[in-house]
Write a protein that binds this ligand. Sequence first.
Ligand code: ATP
Length: 290
Amino acid sequence: MLKISNVTRRFGSKVAVDKVDIVIPAGQMVGIIGRSGAGKSTLLRMINRLIDVSEGTIAFDGLEVSALSGQKLRDWQRDCAMIFQQFNLVPRLDVITNVMLGRLNRRSTIQSLLKIFSQEEQLLALKALERLDIAQTAMQRAGTLSGGQQQRVAIARALMQEPKILLADEPIASLDPRNAQVVMDSLRDINRNDGITVITNLHTLDTARNYCERIIGMQGGCVVFDGSPDELTTDVARRIYGADGLEEAFSEAMTSTSLDPVKKARRKRKEAADVVAANQLGAAGVSLPN
Ligand SMILES: Nc1ncnc2c1ncn2[C@@H]1O[C@H](COP(=O)(O)OP(=O)(O)OP(=O)(O)O)[C@@H](O)[C@H]1O
């Protein structure tokens, strides 16, 4: 069980997340929705400790993760895998090596630096790729794959961590509708078949409705809705997105490339932060050049 208690995050005078209280039981598939800037990414980043909380606590099965440091923090980041909008693979490395990088948190620094993987790890990586139906790409350079395939590789890499919880920060925002569906199907399959808790930020409402048993709506850093897809009426959607945001909320065609210039600028800053975050997480302190 993940327990987020009275959590606030400030950036200077800006309150990005404001006194959030949520309990997520093991095995739930949760969608977090809201307009750009609502605080969704900040919340996910605090859960896996890419950033610290300003106030409040986050606990997982009784362990206060918001207070961890050193090896215990790295252990938590292994148990709490994260995937990003921009996939964050190492493009010049082949797919199977990218997937095996998901084991870095379980290895010594020397093994990691030399990228020496056991036969067992190679088999595990192949199994993960098979499961995501992309085993045929194992020897290709990751940078040559389509966006949808790259996101599936990123999910396979997350599975190599054998996580207890999987966070996904707008995993389909850069994908076309067909690939978006394949990626969301994969997340649902992992949730249902492996019992892994999945918490995903989503831009569009219908995707959240179709895939998530519980939807959390954020607005201005606060949770303004927490309920089932059935309870998410148009009135509630208006509260989350504002009257002028409803079209964006319902548009499945909306991707980061169709956002207005201000949102695009924010997105760019976020993508840069994602790359840093992925190195921080995946490599457990071992930075991998692209
Ligand atoms: N590193 C940072 N420094 C300063 N302000 C930040 C930082 N990260 C986020 N913010 C601000 O905090 C607020 C919440 O941002 P956040 O990225 O969590 O929103 P979001 O709901 O994930 O938006 P999006 O859908 O665009 O990703 C925004 O006003 C954002 O500009």
